[in-house]
Design a protein around this ligand. Structure first.
Ligand SMILES: [Zn+2]
Length: 132
């Protein structure tokens, strides 16, 4: 999967979620089919930190159950970098445990921007983010 498609509304839902929790990082899951997002699921950042995130395990489990019961797949994981950078950090690369697209929402000069990445065996490549 080298592209990820989502609607403007879904992007806005991610931005609203991470903006609400800034300056702490915020995170969540993207459920969908193939490379098309169907639902944005915010999950609590248990780390309550401005520089890292740890998904609340109960919230993550509930989201996984919701995704499965709705016949969808986990296709993406998003989290914010309220103070930048726009790319994945060394920690993000080291902790990437799923074969999904990683979306970074970075706040640059007060504006949130989104970029997406594929992380495999420590190698990072940018994924085309298609907003429809
Ligand atoms: Zn990060």
């Amino acid at each position: 999967m080298k592209s990820l498609t989502l609607t403007k509304e879904q992007l806005q839902k991610m931005i609203s979620h991470v903006d609400l929790h800034a300056p702490f990082e915020a995170c969540g899951l993207l459920a969908g089919l193939n490379s098309k997002v169907e639902s944005v699921l915010g999950v609590t950042n248990q780390a309550q930190s401005a520089v890292r995130y740890v998904m609340d395990p109960i919230g993550q489990l509930k989201a996984f159950e919701w995704i499965e019961s709705n016949g969808l797949d986990l296709i993406g994981i998003f989290h914010s970098h309220p103070a930048g950078p726009e790319t994945v950090s060394p920690t993000d690369i080291a902790e990437a445990a799923y074969e999904v697209v990683y979306v970074i929402l970075a706040r640059v000069d007060g504006t949130w921007c989104a970029r997406s990445f594929w992380i495999e065996d420590g190698a990072v490549s940018e994924v085309d983010l298609q907003i429809i």
